[in-house]
Design a protein around this ligand. Structure first.
Ligand code: GMT
Length: 377
């Protein structure tokens, strides 16, 4: 390693893909010898075992009676500045412009210009919040003032430029999975508990927000199950869950569908499945599809956002227009009924995950940007 860095990381510690990527990146940087300080409101859920290079600083929110709403953002900014000064941080790597980049920029003003701010965009800032005119100027400010900005897909970069009229450099750094965790697990015995040998298994993992179009998953599954006996595993929870449960019941499919709730060992569950379903309306990247790819499980989903940059249509999965559940069901059936196609695609998945989205490569890309903004290339 050419230079040991002191890095502060802020993310939503309990939120889906962005929290996972931020935490895994911090762990990998610590493994490489950097000193990593997580500054968040609770311990990141994937932080795991103790490491001498990893520190955690909790943001406590003051709740004085004069505050109508406890000011989390101010507490975060003040904690970022404190930790940066106390620990002599070189940079803050924050995930999401709102509120994290805004808070980091405030901390930078308090600490001094030597503290660099790098912002990673994961989607919702741009695809949801930037549509709100009361927030768009603030998001633009956070992006323009950061020392470096990265986005998780080229599609998100283009959308950021168009939505917010931004012309500064934005680096493309794809998400990654740790190949030591995401690989095809040996699940022969466990699989017997979910399906008989003649049955196939489909899986969907999400936070069940409307944008995930989980009802399309039910629709695709019902169509596939009419021709090939199939089981469906749902992993995760969220606002659409009860609607989905009711639909499954109404279709008389309850005995073929398992709602697993939130799960930690995602690689193990994915390894049970034959196909991952991701029919989202919006998806800046689609981390679950990469997790599946690394376990040798192809994805069938929509062409939304950055998904086509991750899934090569016809090689590592199949994509169809958003909402076209007939086409998606057709693709699943083709995969499930053609063994040689399936094993070719499985191998292509393993290769692509290992070479293009590998943890070593992506960690190095982030490190190079850190050194660049610190003038230590
Ligand atoms: O998809 C979500 O609702 C969660 C959100 C998050 O913050 O984790 O996901 C976003 O970031 C992930 C990690 O970069 C991406 O894989 C997801 O595609 C992205 N979600 C959307 O764009 C809707």
């Amino acid at each position: 390693m050419n230079d040991r860095l002191k890095i502060g990381i802020t993310c939503y510690p309990t939120l889906g893909g962005s929290g996972v990527v931020a935490t895994e990146l911090g762990k990998l940087l610590a493994e490489k010898g950097h000193e990593v300080h997580f500054i968040t409101h609770s311990i990141p859920f994937r932080l795991g075992k103790f490491d001498k290079n990893i520190y955690y600083h909790e943001v406590e929110v003051s709740d004085y009676y004069v505050f109508r709403y406890p000011p989390y953002d101010l507490s975060l900014a003040s904690k970022l500045a404190q930790v940066a000064q106390m620990e002599g941080l070189d940079l803050l790597h924050v995930h999401y412009a709102i509120p994290h980049a805004v808070c980091a920029l405030l901390a930078k003003q308090m600490v001094g210009d030597h503290l660099k701010v790098m912002t990673t965009l994961h989607g919702t800032d741009i695809t949801v919040l930037a549509q709100d005119h009361s927030l768009s100027d603030l998001i633009r400010y956070a992006i323009n003032r950061s020392d470096a900005v990265t986005a998780v897909s080229d599609d998100l970069i283009q959308e950021t430029r168009e939505t917010l009229s931004i012309d500064r450099d934005i680096d493309l750094v794809y998400n990654f999975v740790d190949k030591r965790v995401y690989y095809p697990r040996e699940v022969t015995e466990l699989r017997k508990e979910f399906a008989s040998p003649d049955e196939k298994i489909l899986i969907h993992i999400s936070n069940f927000r409307p944008v995930k179009r989980v009802m399309d998953v039910v629709d695709i599954f019902a169509k596939v199950n009419e021709q090939v006996p199939t089981r469906l595993l749902f992993v995760g929870e969220g606002p659409e869950l009860s609607r989905v449960c009711s639909a499954v019941k109404e279709l008389g499919l309850s005995d073929r569908v398992t709602f697993c709730g939130k799960q930690d060992d995602v690689a193990q569950i994915i390894s049970l499945a034959d196909v991952m379903l991701l029919p989202s309306e919006k998806e800046s990247f689609g981390l679950v599809a990469l997790e599946a790819m690394a376990c040798g499980v192809p994805t069938v989903g929509s062409e939304a956002g950055g998904i086509p940059e991750l899934i090569t249509n016809g090689e590592t999965g199949y994509l169809a227009p958003i909402g076209d559940t007939n086409a998606m069901a057709g693709h699943v059936l083709r995969l499930l009924q053609d063994e040689s196609l399936y094993s070719r695609m499985r191998q292509a998945c393993l290769d692509r995950a290992r070479f293009t989205f590998c943890n070593d490569l992506i960690t190095m890309q982030y490190e190079n940007i850190y050194y660049r903004i610190l003038g230590r290339e």
